[in-house]
Design a protein around this ligand. Structure first.
Ligand SMILES: *Cc1c(COP(=O)(O)O)cnc(C)c1O
Length: 464
């Protein structure tokens, strides 16, 4: 009785209206939010009402109170962190995912969404040139995708030395050494912490943040026992890629499991222009990437890929028979590939994004993001006093404006101005302003506006 269609019509109409208004405001609105979280909370924090409120009125109130506290993250002039916007087909499909409300755990119980995710996974393996037999799991994001790959690795390397992790846990077992580049993403450390593996052993990186192959070779030579090597495709600051071919070869010689964190950079493998930089990456054992970054699907959606399905499924599958399993072992059930049992069909918007872009559109999306980063870097490096600190090889640009305090003032001025958003950060000993290009809609106008905004902030900060 609850699902009477008429009960949904009005609130959904209101949600559609507010969504379209929000999207229409993006080209002209300030990127930064106009209210702090505390200010927004003032509107929302009333005592829990005693009685019910009309659903359409709830949607109106939500949209009205939230609006001034929204950051224009889907704007073409948002370059903070690596966030990405939302492709039209992906957003609309995400609405359907909510309306369908399929608990995408078992192929048997939610055949449609399980099948769609299966196809989306196959397309991703094809696009990225990864083994067609690998398993793909849809996670909340890159952090959990890293967790999945590293969890599978932990299981495999302990299995290889005869340690039964499932029965014994880690206590009393052999120590697992995890080797990571100095500039790996902090989420790798988080995932290792969740896994009880402690702090990783760092391997030296070069001036672009790439792990140095000879340093990895030396590190491997000095470890005994189970080893995981975690490489990076796409450094948050420089965009650079760790060398893959030789590192994966030496790691495997030492019996190590190789995981690649490619949250945004793995998508370079889709482009013939950049694929050679990642040569050999298909020989890794697991890979993590995000769809909510480079692929521009809505939050939240990460992708965990593991070459050997049996390892992944024995890591995350339930080893009891109290729920019905699909008899056909081929594709495996969604819940055997991620930490969640119950979850939304977050892979469906991935299917929609890829279906709408096609192969050529996906490649063009990746290449346009890189070209945009190059154009921003070129335009800004022509301004006397602005330094581009990294080799712009992908979507990331690091800027400095002389001394650290001036760089910090430019960053504050730029964010207050509101026509763009870029992140203040710290890299290779200097305070920086970082540009991350990850929105499909950033166009020539946005590029020109952004260069103007940075120049202006530099002028104001310099004369203060
Ligand atoms: C963003 C990012 C992550 C974490 O991904 P989330 O989706 O934020 O959990 C991991 N590694 C790199 C290189 C990233 O850029």
């Amino acid at each position: 009785m609850a699902a009477l269609p008429d009960a949904y019509r009005q609130p959904l109409d209101r949600a559609r209206e507010h969504s379209l208004e929000w999207l229409a405001s993006l080209p002209t609105r300030q990127v930064r939010p106009q209210r702090t979280a505390d200010q927004v909370a003032e509107h929302f924090s009333i005592p829990l009402p005693d009685g019910p409120t009309d659903p359409a009125a709830v949607v109106d109130e939500l949209a009205g109170f939230a609006e001034p506290g929204l950051m224009a993250m889907p704007s073409g002039r948002f370059y903070g962190w690596v966030i990405g916007g939302t492709l039209p087909a992906a957003l609309a499909s995400d609405w359907l995912v909510s309306a369908w409300d399929q608990n995408t755990a078992l192929r048997y119980a939610s055949p449609a969404t399980a099948a769609i995710e299966q196809v989306a996974g196959d397309w991703i393996l094809d696009l990225l040139g990864l083994p067609a037999t690998a398993d793909v799991g849809f996670t909340t994001g890159g952090t959990v995708a890293n967790f999945v790959g590293l969890a599978a690795g932990r299981k495999a390397v302990l299995d290889a030395v005869g340690w039964d992790l499932d029965s014994n846990g880690l206590t009393g077992g052999p120590r697992v050494t995890v080797l990571v580049g100095e500039e790996r993403h902090a989420s790798v450390d988080l995932a290792l912490r969740y896994l009880g593996l402690g702090s990783p052993t760092t391997v030296a990186a070069d001036d672009q943040g790439r792990l140095i192959t000879s340093a990895l070779t030396d590190a491997l030579a000095s470890v005994d026992g189970p080893v995981i090597v975690c490489l990076q495709a796409g450094n948050l600051h420089s965009g650079a890629f760790d060398p893959m071919n030789e590192t994966i070869r030496v790691a495997h010689e030492h019996g190590a499991w190789v995981h690649v964190d490619g949250a945004f950079g793995l998508w370079a493998a889709a482009s013939p222009r950049y694929r050679s930089t990642l040569d050999g990456i298909d020989r890794a054992d697991s890979w993590a990437t995000d769809a909510h970054k480079t692929l521009n699907v809505p939050y939240d959606c990460g992708i965990a890929i593991v070459a050997k399905p049996s390892v992944l499924r024995s890591t995350f599958g339930i080893h009891t028979d109290y729920l019905i399993h699909d008899d056909a072992r081929g594709p495996g059930d969604p819940w055997e590939k991620v930490p969640e049992l119950s979850r939304r069909a977050r892979g469906v918007p991935v299917w929609a994004a890829l279906r709408s872009l096609g192969r050529s559109g996906t490649v063009a999306l990746v290449e346009r993001l890189v070209d945009t980063a190059a154009e921003l870097a070129a335009g800004l490096s022509r301004v006397p006093g602005i330094e581009v600190l990294n080799d712009v090889v992908f979507t990331q640009v690091c800027l400095a404006f002389g001394p650290d305090d001036l760089t910090r003032r430019v960053t504050e001025q730029l964010i207050a101005d509101g026509s763009v958003w870029m992140s203040g950060s710290h890299w290779q000993g200097r305070d920086i302003l970082r540009i991350s290009v990850s929105n499909w809609s950033t166009d020539a106008d946005d590029i020109a506006t952004s260069i103007k905004a940075v120049r202006h902030a530099f002028e104001v900060a310099s004369s203060a």
